[in-house]
Each structure stands twice: as C-alpha cells, then as structure tokens.
Design a protein around this ligand. Structure first.
Ligand code: PXP
Length: 248
C-alpha cells in the first residue's frame, strides 16, 4: 500500500480569493478521508497565503487520519508545531516570491535549523520528514540530522519530457533506493497528476505521496471524493507494475 496524503492548501486559496468563510479546508479534509485518503497535508506559509493558523488547529481537532504540517524551519513555525502537535512535520524551503515550493530543501546549507527542528520534534514525538531533491548528499544528511522520512521532490520529473523525464525518474528511483537503505521512509510529491503518478509509484521504495494541486483541480470539475478516488486508482496502477507486483 502506498499512503496517499492530500494537500488541501488550495481549498484555502479559493476561500481567501473572496474573503469568504467557504470553502472550509477542514470540511474538505473530512471528505478526502471519507474517499480513502491516508492523511492530510497542509502548508502554513510565512505569508499565510492559503492556510491560516486557525485552519491548522481545526484540522488537528477534526482529522481521523494523519496531519502532515509542511513548514519552514523557523522559530515561529516550530512554536506552532509544538503547540498544535501534527503527526508529521515536513520541512520545506520557502521564498515569498515563489508560486509554490519550487525546489527541495538544502539540508546541508540549513543544517543548524534542521537539527533544531529534529531535536524538538523528537521531544514531542512528531515524525520529521524533509522535502529534498533525490540527491545522495541531501539524503545522507537527512538521515544524519535525525529525519525519519524524506519526501523526494518530483517536480523536475513532472515537468520534464522525453529523455529528460526518464533521467529524472531514474534519479528518483536511485534516491529512493538509497534512502531506504539508510533506514529512511520514502515519500514523494510535487506536480503529480493522474497521468504521471503511476511511474512514481512503480518505484518499489516509495511509500507515500503528497498530492495537492491536481486533485483540487479535478475536484472543481468532478467533485472531491471522485478526484481522490481517481488519484488512488492511478497510483495503484503503478504499484501493480512494480517488478515484484507487490507493496512496499
Ligand atoms: N509536497 C510538498 C512538500 C509540497 O510543498 C507540495 C506543494 O505544496 C506538494 C507536495 C504538493 O504538490 P502539488 O500541489 O504540485 O501536488
């Protein structure tokens, strides 16, 4: 089984576009759970462009599955995480001017901040995942700094075509294998769609996906529950294509 976590940030984006109280991200999260999502992912950005502090608190109170809080490795976010206690913290790089999280975290360059989050997350019993490129140095540093999981950035794969896409996929497979050998759990995410997800879940070591934009975009057209179920069907086609044909 590959865990499917739905990132519901863009439910909040839609709400904030008109300053209305709807659509409610917690309500959307409940529907995702009903449709079989294994967890909910939400990114509390420094500029609060989509999720707000109160959304994260409501998610914590209402979820029956797993709350994965994406955040930058700052003191402010660490304080919020210690108060709200998500099940998982995923550290991501953050720049105000970016449209979305455009690259992986440079764990080597942010070692001190990551180490601090790792120590305090561990004291609270919160699992730590680092959103990184499928690069051996980053994966090894993630393990050394105390992460339990890495989330490999699939954006390059999702945006490339032809031979470049095949090479990006091979890099993901090599990174996933190394991470697993080092005892890390392996997640993946960014830019995944029903069309491109199968090749990622065909990688034996991938245990979890975090998918947002494509599911919420589908949901606008076909409804959230169907969008989640269709994504599950698409990712399971990849799992069935694994060399062993089996689960991770
Ligand atoms: N994983 C992480 C760490 C992210 O920052 C994002 C984007 O917020 C996603 C997964 C989901 O990416 P997408 O919205 O392209 O599915």
């Amino acid at each position: 089984m590959v865990r499917l976590h739905i990132n519901i940030d863009h439910v909040a984006t839609l709400r904030n576009a008109r300053g209305t109280p709807y659509p409610d991200p917690s309500f959307a999260a409940g529907l995702c759970e009903l449709a079989g999502a294994d967890g909910i992912t939400a990114h509390l950005r420094e500029d609060r462009r989509h999720m707000r502090d109160a959304d994260i608190e409501r998610l914590r109170a209402s979820l029956n599955t797993v709350l994965n809080l994406e955040m930058a490795a700052t003191d402010e976010m660490l304080g919020i995480a210690e108060r709200v206690r998500p099940d998982v913290i995923t550290l991501v790089p953050e720049r105000r001017e970016e449209l979305t999280t455009e690259g992986g975290l440079d764990v080597l360059a942010t070692r001190a901040a990551v180490e601090k989050v790792a120590r305090r997350a561990s004291a609270c019993g919160i699992k730590l995942s680092l959103f990184i490129a499928a690069d051996a140095e980053q994966i090894e540093a993630s393990r050394d700094l105390g992460a339990q999981q890495v989330e490999l950035h699939t954006g390059e794969y999702a945006h490339a075509r032809g031979a470049e896409r095949a090479e990006a996929l091979s890099r993901l497979a090599r990174g996933a294998r190394l991470a697993r050998q080092l005892g890390l759990e392996v997640a993946a995410g960014h830019g995944l769609t029903r069309d491109n997800v199968g090749a990622v879940t065909a990688i034996h070591e991938i245990e979890e996906l975090n998918i947002g934009h494509a599911v919420i975009a589908d949901a606008v057209l076909v409804g959230l529950e169907r969008a989640v179920r269709d994504m599950r069907t698409a990712l399971e086609r990849g799992v069935a294509a694994r060399p062993s044909g089996g689960a991770a």
